[in-house]
Write a protein that binds this ligand. Structure first.
Ligand code: URA
Length: 341
């Protein structure tokens, strides 16, 4: 029983951590649910159900901030773009259909754990990647071999799982960059093939493109390992530093017209750490990576969690800017996606 309580708390922890990475800073928790959380934490700690206020903070539930919450509710904004409204049922995220094989149901949510600061052995210094001469295909094939044979990368792959190099065309005009492979990705060896990937694929289709016409990569080439068989955590700074030369080399080969940085980790990896560079503030604004225009936007998993037309529109507007930048035709229908009727 306690195991289940712990699993639920860990799941909550991961959801909150993921929201935070996506730029969400506040969530709404009813007094009733807060009491349940306190009681659960107290049970785990072997204390009485009347645990101190601190218990809820320990599992990172929204910090109380000044304001006037609705009666019986700690109503905290998560962002102006994604206002949690517990009274309103969430709409599913629906981007235009792209193929009949899309899965009807998402796989069960993994049980998460708190992200540790560092896991496993310290990593060696970041590798130096010197690309050979040759055309894009030759260089990418060389880089793929280099990454998939890298002893440090290989050390971080669990038996039966795969490193995730990247996919798409070397001639892509748009390079989508995510955070790290998850469970589905390390099984397939391909980025964005799980639930977040399904959504990204729909977004790409809504732009009038296919996965084969763009390039999709990640900051990390391996799935950051967990002390449990399931769950995800964001990469540490050391892990990101180790993998970044590979991503930089991919970008050097592709030289896309635009990079789309999906979520806080991709933004930090490509633009460098900066606490002032919060995604809620900078998404939709052009940045640059090595002279390549870079558009920061929310990670697709943000849309899975905040599937309102409003949040979809926010991401879509960022992507309309990308389409305009590279001269992709934008139909009136596309321009109007997710606008309030
Ligand atoms: N999330 C990412 O950031 N990358 C993936 O490849 C899958 C999920």
């Amino acid at each position: 029983m306690l195991g289940m309580v712990r699993a639920h708390l860990e799941q909550l922890q991961e959801t909150l951590s993921a929201l935070k990475r996506e730029g969400v800073t506040r969530v709404a928790v009813s007094e009733e649910n807060l009491a349940r959380l306190r009681s659960a934490v107290a049970r785990l700690q072997g204390k009485s159900a009347a645990a101190p206020e601190k218990s809820a903070e320990e599992i990172s539930v929204a910090k109380k901030t000044p304001g006037s919450p609705a009666p019986g509710r700690r109503a905290e904004e998560i962002s102006p773009d994604a206002r949690p409204n517990p009274e309103r049922p969430r709409e599913p995220v629906v981007f235009p259909k792209i193929s009949p094989q899309e899965k009807a149901a998402s796989p069960a949510k993994p049980v998460p754990v708190k992200a540790p600061v560092a896991i496993g052995k310290p990593l060696p210094p970041s590798p130096e990647v010197v690309l050979p001469e040759g055309d894009k295909k030759t260089r990418m094939a060389w880089l793929r071999e280099r990454v998939l044979g890298d002893p440090t990368c290989l050390e971080h792959v669990k038996p039966g799982k795969k490193l995730v190099f990247g996919t798409g065309t070397e001639d892509a005009e748009i390079f989508f960059c995510g955070e790290a492979p998850g469970a589905e990705e390390e099984t397939e060896g391909e980025p964005f093939v799980g639930p977040a990937g399904e959504l990204l694929t729909k977004i790409i289709a809504a732009m009038g493109l296919s996965r084969e016409q763009v390039y999709i990569g990640n900051i990390m080439k391996w799935r950051p390992e967990m002390p449990t068989p399931i769950g995800n955590r964001p990469p540490t700074a050391e892990e990101m530093a180790f993998c970044l030369p590979f991503l930089r080399a991919q970008l050097e080969i592709v030289r896309p017209k635009v990079i789309v940085a999906l979520g806080a980790t991709a933004i930090e990896g490509l633009l460098g750490p900066d606490p002032g560079r919060r995604i809620g503030k900078i998404h939709g604004q052009w940045h640059a990576f090595n002279g390549i225009p870079l558009m920061p936007t929310y990670h697709p998993s943000y849309l899975s969690r905040n599937g309102t037309n409003r949040s979809k529109r926010v991401v879509w507007e960022d992507l309309l800017r990308v389409m305009e930048k590279i001269g992709l035709p934008v139909s009136e229908r596309q321009r109007g996606f997710f606008l309030a009727k």
